[in-house]
Structures are given as structure tokens and as C-alpha cells.
Design a binder for this molecule. Structure first.
Ligand code: COA
Length: 502
């Protein structure tokens, strides 16, 4: 029975099949869909679209909060539906299509997409497809495990399709805080002054006459694949916790630290897990993705409050947490991603931002997105929103990739997402480089000494020594700056002695 979840009775007649709802989407349209790191994504309408594309030309611009689950990006790519995709993705099939130049991917700071839409620098949004766990008496949309960009997509779209997901617990209602910033250039300050601040409504307010179709679904969110901690991730977590403890002992942070943000993936999750046994208490999170570690920290009594834009869990944690999500009420808020990632709020709260790098260079520039400077991995996501505005911008990475054939610390990054001005701390399993207040020559020494894997350290030192002889504020040997990458492409390893790959 789904009618009790559609509390505005005049909408009962809008319930249709996914195929019928998908007919509202036509070739050339711009679609805004819910979904943020596999949570709260639309699950039925996109699949109906993909089926339709087998018999008619159907190419759309697809905007979401962040990455999708349930293989939606893969299926839409294989069906040739995606002309343009933004602002983030993490799907191997879509990634390949992007790198072949078949899908135009616009890699955006996650806080910025809806600003661009609202100010009509992008858009308009033709149809919004939003997963909901209920529709209120006034037609307001109660989102599910994420908010992402859903609120502004729904507010701006000409028509809205709701995917009413009956497997999403009604206990999620009340955990959302939908605040939409006022118009620029006379915008009011965003009234989020602590991680706990409630600034908006528990639902997305829209004109119910825009709801053109409601589709009832029962498909669950996809789970996150989080690898168990290994020696390297434990090492990274250990160095960072030791560093934060030192910050406390030197009076720069309290024992509750500042609100924490941690990026997606295994390393960030391992770092947060490390806090369970760390010397800190009464922690808060002001993050975008709340992973397994958030709930483990709650259950360990270490975390008081978590603010995010999505709940993305491993399969086991999902099965454990979702049925009892109501017990976390009052300790957890989901916000639109423009608020969870808002520069104003991040700077005000003094967030400690912990994100993952693909590669860093010896001066502290960070590449989070492009393998060998050209091949898109996932996108910048929220890492730039946080790094630029954090109290402490931390980047973590294993010192080696591909079994040691790649050093994650290189002379010069092949693509820059976060420049040296925004990066405070780099951590690998080898050690931690505190770059605050250091000039480029000092940063290079610190990073090479503390973070580069021993198998590449002498190579990095040699590069830096010879660059210093040539001089400059940021000394480089331009003809050699990418020599490690070129060697990897030519031989399969950044190590000079490696034989060319067969
Ligand atoms: N060169 C080439 N490949 C590299 C590399 C390098 N310097 N460093 C890592 N890789 C490869 C790994 O080998 C791995 O490849 P595989 O998938 O074939 O095994 C892949 O990149 C992922 O690396 P991994 O070490 O497993 O880290 P991760 O899963 O945590 O992902 C990022 C790292 C950078 C790709 C990921 O964190 C990301 O997309 N970040 C940008 C978005 C973001 O930071 N959002 C923050 C808020 S959610």
C-alpha cells in the first residue's frame, strides 16, 4: 500500500508505470535527477528511458547530485542516452565513454551546480526525477537517503516525476533540512552556525501542480564497496590521528576537534574509524557523504552529531542501520549539497577536510581527477569545496599505486585540482607533511622526506637538488617535470630501471 505515503490525495491519480512517466522525457531535454554517491537515486525511470532509446533517438543532459547506484550510469551510457553528464560520476563504463569523447562530462564543484542553474548560467531543467519516501499534505517532497541537488532541481523544473520508494523507511522523515539560499547579490547569510543548526524545512517545497507523474518503486540503494583497512590505510590513519593529537596538545584544537569532513572511499573511511580509539570525544561531522564510519563513531559514543548530504553504506551496514535509522534522529541531518559544501559555512565552522588525492607533487599541488593528466577518473566532487575553505585541508594517498609502478608523489602533477595554496597537510603511509607556513622549497623537502615511498625518495631528492641549482621560487626542471609519467607510459613503471612493458 502506497497511498498513505501520498498524503495529498489529489495526487493519487498521478501514479503511473515507469514507462509512462519516462514518456515525459524527450530527446534533447535537460534532466535533474536525485542521487548522491549511490544514495537516494532514481531507480526506475532512467531504466525505462534506456529501454526506449533502443527504438528511438533519445539523448539528454543528465544532472544529478553526484554518482549513481544500480548501474544507472552504465545502463544509460550503453543505451547511448547520455549526451552530457554533470557534475560527478564514478562509473567505469561511463568513465570510458567520457574518455573516448562520447559523453561530454562537466566536472564541477558539487556546491556550484545549482547556483549556475538558479542564475540561469546553465539550464533550464525540463524534468526533475526525484526519489521520495513520502509526499506531504501540501505536496512537499520528503527525500530519502540523500538530498544532493534534488531540492533545486524540483523547484526549477517545469515538470516533476516522483519515484516513491516503499523500501525507504518513513523514519527518514524529519532528518532533512532543506534550506535554499536567497537571491544574489543581496543574499542573507546562511543561518548554519553549528553542524546541528536547522535552517530550513524537512521537505522540498514545490507547487504540487508540477508533479506530472508518480512511480512506485521497491528497489534499494546500491551499497558502497569499502575495502577493509590494510597496513597502508591504517598507517595513514595513525599519522593523521597523531597529528591531530599534537594540534590539541599545542592548543590549536580542542579534544572535540572541529567538525570533520571525509571524502568517499576506503582511506577516508579508515581514517574516521581510527578515531574510534583516538583520544578525542564529542566529535561532530559537517560532511557530504556519511559512510559506515559515521555510524560506528555514533555507536562507539564518540560522535555527537553528523550533518551530510547522503548516507552511503556498505551492504552489511545498510542492512543494520536503515531499519533503525529512527534511533539516530536528532543526531543526524541531511542537507542540500550546496549547503553541506557551502564555502561560507565550511569557513565559518572551521571544518577539517580530509580528501583523497590520485597524485601530489613535491610542492603540494594535488591531482584528484586525471590519470596521466588526461584520463578522467571520477571528478573533483566536493573535495575543492572543502579544501579551499577548510580550517585544515588534508589530502591522503597511498605513496604507491599499481604495485609500486607509480609513485603518488611526483615532481609535477599532470593536472591540478587543488593547488599548493589550498593544501595544508599531505599524508601517506610513510608519514605526514605539515605544509602550513612553508615556502615551496621547504614544502618540497618536507614532502620528499616524510611522504615519498623509500623506493622513489632518492629519485625525488635528485630531481629537487638539480632543480634548486637552476633556481626560482618553485624550482623545476621543466624538460623533466613529467619524465616519471612518460617513463610509466613507455615502460610500465616510473622506476628508471624498469624494463619496457611487453
Ligand atoms: N596514477 C594512476 N592511477 C592511480 C594513481 C596514480 N597516481 N593513484 C591511484 N590510482 C588508481 C588506483 O590504482 C586505483 O585503480 P584501480 O581502480 O584500477 O584499482 C584507483 O586509482 C583508485 O585508487 P585508490 O587508491 O583505490 O583510491 P580511492 O578508491 O580512494 O580513489 C580517488 C581515489 C582520488 C579516485 C577518489 O577519492 C576520488 O574520486 N576523489 C575525487 C572526489 C572527491 O575527493 N570527493 C570528495 C568528497 S566525496
Amino acid at each position: 500500500m502506497y497511498r498513505d505515503r501520498i498524503r495529498l490525495k489529489s495526487l493519487w491519480g498521478k501514479v503511473v508505470s515507469p514507462e509512462e512517466a519516462a514518456l515525459l522525457i524527450r530527446d534533447g531535454m535537460t534532466i535533474g535527477m536525485s542521487g548522491f554517491t549511490r544514495a537516494g537515486d532514481a531507480k526506475a525511470v532512467p531504466l525505462a528511458l534506456a529501454e526506449r532509446a533502443a527504438t528511438e533517438r533519445l539523448k539528454v543532459t543528465l544532472m544529478t547530485g553526484a554518482s549513481l547506484g544500480n548501474d544507472v550510469d552504465k545502463i544509460l551510457t550503453e543505451a547511448g542516452v547520455l549526451a552530457r553528464r554533470l557534475p560527478f560520476q564514478a562509473d567505469p563504463v561511463l568513465r570510458k565513454a567520457i574518455n573516448r569523447g562520447e559523453v561530454m562530462f562537466v566536472d564541477q564543484h558539487l556546491s556550484e551546480t545549482v547556483e549556475l542553474l538558479r542564475s540561469r548560467q546553465m539550464g533550464p531543467v525540463d524534468v526533475a526525477v526525484i526519489e521520495a519516501c513520502a509526499i506531504t499534505e501540501t505536496g512537499g517532497i520528503v527525500p530519502t537517503t540523500s538530498i544532493g541537488n534534488s531540492a533545486t532541481f524540483a523547484i526549477l523544473a517545469e515538470k516533476i516525476i516522483i519515484e516513491l520508494n516503499l523500501t525507504q523507511p518513513l523514519d527518514l522523515e524529519g532528518m532533512h533540512d532543506v534550506y535554499i539560499p536567497t537571491r544574489r547579490p543581496f543574499r542573507e547569510p546562511i543561518p548554519v552556525v553549528t553542524a546541528e543548526s536547522r535552517a530550513g524545512l524537512p521537505y522540498i517545497p514545490i507547487d504540487p501542480s508540477k508533479i506530472a507523474a508518480i512511480v512506485v518503486t521497491r528497489k534499494q540503494d546500491s551499497s558502497a564497496t569499502i575495502l577493509p583497512p590494510d597496513d597502508e590505510t591504517r598507517g595513514i590513519a595513525g599519522h593523521l590521528i597523531e597529528f591531530l593529537d599534537r594540534e590539541v596538545r599545542q592548543g590549536r584544537l580542542g579534544r572535540s576537534l572541529n567538525p570533520l569532513q571525509a571524502g568517499i572511499g576506503t582511506i577516508a573511511n579508515a581514517v574516521l574509524h581510527g578515531l574510534i580509539d583516538g583520544p578525542f570525544h564529542d566529535l561532530t561531522m559537517y560532511s557530504e557523504v556519511l559512510q559506515d564510519s559515521t555510524f560506528d563513531l555514533f555507536d562507539a559514543g564518540k560522535l555527537n552529531f553528523a550533518s551530510g548530504s547522503s548516507i552511503t553504506l556498505s551492504a552489511g551496514k545498510y542492512a543494520e542501520v536503515l531499519p533503525k535509522i529512527g534511533t539516530y534522529k536528532g543526531r543526524l541531518l541531511l542537507r542540500p549539497q550546496e549547503i553541506s559544501n557551502h564555502p561560507e559555512v565550511i569557513r565559518r565552522l572551521g571544518v577539517i577536510g580530509i580528501n583523497t588525492a590520485l597524485e601530489c607533487d613535491i610542492y603540494g599541488n594535488v591531482n584528484s581527477t586525471h590519470v596521466n593528466g588526461t584520463q578522467m577518473m571520477n571528478g573533483i566532487g566536493g573535495s575543492g569545496d572543502f579544501a579551499r575553505n577548510s580550517h585544515l585541508a588534508v589530502f591522503v594517498t597511498k605513496s604507491l599505486a599499481k604495485d609500486g609502478a607509480i609513485s603518488s608523489i611526483v615532481p609535477m602533477v599532470t593536472h591540478t585540482d587543488h593547488n599548493e595554496h589550498d593544501v595544508d597537510v599531505i599524508v601517506t603511509e610513510v608519514g605526514l607533511a605539515d605544509l602550513r607556513g612553508l615556502a615551496p622549497r621547504e614544502r618540497a623537502e618536507t614532502i620528499i622526506r616524510n611522504c615519498v615511498h623509500p623506493s622513489y625518495r632518492e629519485l625525488a631528492m635528485d630531481y629537487h637538488r638539480r632543480a634548486l641549482q637552476r633556481g626560482g621560487h618553485t624550482p623545476h626542471l621543466l624538460e623533466e617535470a613529467f619524465s616519471w609519467h612518460l617513463r610509466y607510459q613507455a615502460t610500465g613503471s616510473m622506476q628508471p630501471r624498469a624494463k619496457a612493458a611487453e
